[in-house]
Ligand binder design. Structure first.
Ligand SMILES: NC(=O)c1ccc[n+]([C@@H]2O[C@H](COP(=O)([O-])OP(=O)(O)OC[C@H]3O[C@@H](n4cnc5c(N)ncnc54)[C@H](OP(=O)(O)O)[C@@H]3O)[C@@H](O)[C@H]2O)c1
Length: 347
């Protein structure tokens, strides 16, 4: 790889504008370098591709975390130009990395076990107990209904039950929520007009306390819902743990709070095989009931949040909450891109 030290911030910015315009199939003058890259709808695969193209251009490996700390083309170009001058990688994680070292080798270790603490007030003991199994739920709460997997969960729940599905949606109002859910189902050729009455948006956000609901709304939902499917999460393979924690970890905690409030509600939690990503499990056969206590060596922020979130679900289960954990394989990403592979068993 040729090391090119002569790029200025303006050179890098021009390259990034051109590259992004190409990826998005738009004219370069439609790209505003001062705007957050996320607002261009750049997904994590495209962001990674940009980082890797930059690596070829600059002759060193920029940390993917740069995109988090310098989210606009303008600020990123400036920082990269400074790095070229210094001949070292960025200091934004508090660690200076030498050129061409592994992007993870010097990353400070985050103690995931210490992160896995469930609010002690979340306990099913004080709530009205539930008789299991719940074969005919009347009202189901679902997170992630506007996502890929969520669409197929909605389809299966509509087919297999007579329940109304209350879907948490990140929108401004109920009308937008309806439209967003319908569009998603249409995108996977699932939508049928008769579904309309049974799909009910709940405007909220996983990353906020009480899921972004008022305490009255939260309490009402807690009293009415019979069972919960928690599929929502921020899937981003570039962002660090700190950026994903609110939605993926704290959001899961709020879902467990909902499950333990007023009456006990069984939780179906969509986890990931990423919980076994630690090198300890490499090459080993892992069974579904096996403990997943090893976290050392999980470096991807997304995987770290899935490990901690599943631990929270496990703690809630140990406290007596009925939970079912589903761990789709990473290959679902490919299914997501090329075809459709719904989960077959949800109950
Ligand atoms: N896809 C895979 O390959 C795969 C593999 C293993 C495990 N999983 C797990 O499966 C679940 C679903 O994945 P997916 O592929 O369906 O992902 P997806 O298509 O990206 O959908 C994610 C869903 O979560 C919602 N969400 C994200 N942040 C939120 C927030 N702050 N508040 C409320 N909702 C929020 C999204 O809402 P918006 O529409 O508002 O963004 C969307 O509905 C996730 O828990 C994921 O970890 C997926």
């Amino acid at each position: 790889m040729t090391v090119k030290q002569s790029y200025s911030a303006a050179d890098i910015q021009a390259w990034m504008v051109a590259h992004l315009a190409e990826v998005l199939s738009v004219d370069a003058d439609e790209i505003d370098p001062s705007v957050n890259l996320e607002s261009y709808g750049l997904d994590s695969a495209q962001a990674m591709s940009m980082v890797s193209q930059l690596e070829k251009l600059l002759g060193f490996q920029p940390s993917p975390l740069l995109l988090w700390h310098y989210p606009t083309i303008e600020s990123l170009s400036q920082r990269l130009a400074e790095e070229l001058e210094e001949g070292t990688e960025v200091k934004d994680t508090g660690v200076t990395r030498s050129t061409n070292t592994s992007s993870v080798s010097n990353t400070p270790v985050l103690d995931l076990q210490a992160e896995a603490v469930l609010d002690p007030t979340i306990h099913p003991g004080g709530a009205i107990p539930v008789a299991l199994p719940i074969t005919q739920p009347k009202k189901i709460f679902l997170t992630g209904g506007t996502g890929f997997l969520g669409a197929f969960i909605i389809r299966e729940l509509l087919k297999q039950t007579k329940a109304e599905i209350y879907c948490l949606v990140r929108v401004a109002n109920l009308e937008e929520g309806k439209v967003k859910l319908q569009k998603n189902l249409e995108g996977y050729a699932i939508w049928q007009a008769e579904y309309d009455a049974r799909i009910i948006p709940v405007v909220g956000d996983l990353s906020e306390p009480l899921l972004g609901l008022s305490s009255t709304q939260f309490q009402t939902l807690a009293a009415e819902i019979d069972t919960i499917y928690h599929s929502g999460a921020l899937l981003n393979y570039v962002f660090p743990y700190s950026a994903l924690k609110a939605a993926n970890v704290l959001g899961t905690q709020e879902v467990l709070r909902l499950a333990c409030q007023v009456k006990v509600k069984p939780v179906h939690y969509v986890s990931s095989v990423a919980v076994f990503e630690a090198p300890f499990y490499a090459g080993k056969v892992v069974k579904e009931d096996d403990d997943f206590s090893h976290w050392e060596g999980i470096y991807l922020g997304y995987s770290q949040t899935k490990w901690v979130a599943e631990k929270l679900v496990k703690i809630a289960s140990d406290r007596g909450l009925p939970v079912t954990i589903h761990r789709p394989p990473s290959s679902l990403v490919i299914a997501k891109l090329v075809s459709v592979t719904p989960m077959t068993s949800l109950t």
